[in-house]
Write a protein that binds this ligand. Structure first.
Ligand code: BG6
Length: 466
């Protein structure tokens, strides 16, 4: 048996815009996630109904309890609490999350709450161009304080922003579609900085306002292998991790950009505008843990700059290449999902060890999973052995990392049930529980536990792997 600690948080995850639906019910405001999803409403499901957790939460939490979950990682929609982002507080939104939190607690499930998962209020985009403005920092701080005050008596564990380090790379998520091309990187760097500041305020406020409260960032982890043993390729792989994830971890944990990143921003002329007092705020904030989202690893080689491509020029978004630094390559040694994610359980052990060595903070996996088109077969079941294989291998990697000395206190795979995939609607499913709908046919929205649900139930019951 590969047994875990008795207090290990076996859980699962979701986010508001992907699971809740009821996008404008009970005075909820429109978010950037709603807005972007409506742009693709003719191609795939949007946020309007999603998995309709808003109307099914009692039944859904009951299923979570039956699976044995000890923790449920979910996010609060800022636009339910404050529909326009920085105006009137919507009591109906507070009531909804009170019900969800109370239902979790009544079922002995720890509510583990993310404050902001890709769903900035659209009103803030219109008013301030979102995170480009310090007004957005002020608005987020107020929203976070409202949440700590309303829910902090029962919610003791918080994540601030989900995958800031990934979100900031995607222009659509950051509402940068209309920013002139030559200003994009400057605006991006400014938005990123404001989110770090907002995060620092939220961490400090949580510590002050929530008795026994713990809070940390949820990052999109990156683990990059060099394609060869050429020193420049090794450096390129390191810099890919540094530019996509490690700079952010340094900011969260130590309150300042590492030298290589500061130097890059200065050299590119895109160092963000700061205000006096920011340094002290950033330095005073300390996370209690790191929440790690892990799906895959990358491989990279050195990418020299040339006449046409100056140092610092980016190509693409999520897995961008950077001239003068790195180019992403396919790893020939790994199998990939149909959507191209290279499956690599050992990479999880490596990345957990790396973060622990550097930051010495407890960690929890808040996302890890396999997205694919599951089939409801004639026997009324979903036989997702491929998902079981994926999760099993990654849980083994967690076990190994713990043996290596890493303080890992929980595993919350993505996702608790089928939810709206951020890119492929309901074509790509991640859940333990099948939701009987397709992109364009809501059918009966029935919840059907998949084979992986019963398998995970056993893992939790045994507190580990046989
Ligand atoms: C993570 C996000 O980056 O990846 C989730 O936090 C997202 O919101 C998940 O759903 C999987 O990505 P996708 O595009 O397959 O939904």
């Amino acid at each position: 048996m590969k047994k875990f600690n008795d207090n290990f948080w076996w859980g699962a995850s979701s986010s508001a815009f992907q699971i809740e639906g009821a996008w404008n019910e009970d005075s909820k405001g429109e978010s950037i996630a709603d807005y972007n999803s409506f742009k693709h409403s003719d191609q795939q499901a949007d946020t309007k109904v999603a998995s309709d957790f808003y109307h099914h939460y009692q039944e859904d939490i009951k299923l979570m309890k039956q699976m044995g979950m000890k923790a449920y990682r979910f996010s609060i929609a800022w636009t339910r609490i404050i529909p326009d982002g920085d105006g009137i507080v919507n009591q109906a939104g507070i009531d909804f999350y009170n019900h969800v939190i109370d239902e979790c607690l009544a079922n002995d499930i720890i509510p583990f709450v993310t404050l902001y998962h890709f769903d900035l209020p659209l009103a803030l985009v219109k008013k301030y161009n979102g995170w480009a403005s310090r007004d957005c920092v002020r608005a987020f701080r107020r929203y976070a304080q409202i949440c700590f005050k309303a829910f902090g008596d029962r919610v003791k564990n918080w994540q601030v922003i989900n995958e800031q380090n990934l979100m900031v790379r995607v222009n659509e998520r950051m509402n940068m579609d209309n920013v002139p091309q030559d200003e994009v990187e400057k605006v991006r760097a400014q938005m990123d900085y404001h989110m770090f500041l907002a995060c620092a305020y939220a961490m400090n406020d949580c510590h002050q306002m929530v008795a026994g409260g713990k809070i940390g960032p949820a990052i999109s982890s990156t683990m990059t292998y060099p394609v060869s043993d050429q020193p420049l390729d090794v450096w390129a792989a390191k810099m890919n991790d540094n530019f996509k994830t490690n700079y952010a971890l340094e900011m969260y944990c130590f309150g300042k950009y590492p030298g290589y990143y500061r130097h890059f921003l200065q050299e590119q002329g895109i160092y963000p505008q700061t205000a006096s007092g920011d340094d002290a705020v950033l330095a005073s904030a300390h996370p209690d843990f790191i929440a790690v989202n892990y799906y895959r690893t990358l491989a990279a080689e050195y990418l020299p700059a040339d006449q046409e491509h100056p140092v610092g020029q980016r190509v693409s978004d999520i897995d961008f290449d950077l001239y003068g630094y790195f180019k992403i390559k396919k790893n020939q040694h790994l199998k990939a999902t149909e959507y191209g994610a290279q499956i690599d359980p050992l990479g999880l052990r490596l990345v957990l060890n790396e973060y622990y060595e550097k930051y010495r903070l407890p960690m929890i996996i808040t996302e890890n999973g396999l997205g694919t088109a599951d089939k409801l077969t004639e026997d009324g079941k979903v036989h997702d052995q491929y998902r079981i294989d994926y999760l099993k291998a990654h849980i083994e990697a967690c076990y190994d990392a713990i043996q290596d000395g890493v303080e890992l206190f929980g595993y919350c795979p993505w996702s608790v049930m089928d939810i709206l995939s951020s890119h492929q609607g309901f074509k790509k499913r991640y859940g333990f529980i099948y939701v009987n709908r397709t992109d364009f046919d809501l059918k009966d929205m029935r919840r059907i536990p998949k084979d992986s649900y019963y398998w995970y139930q056993k893992v939790i019951k045994n507190n580990g792997l046989e």
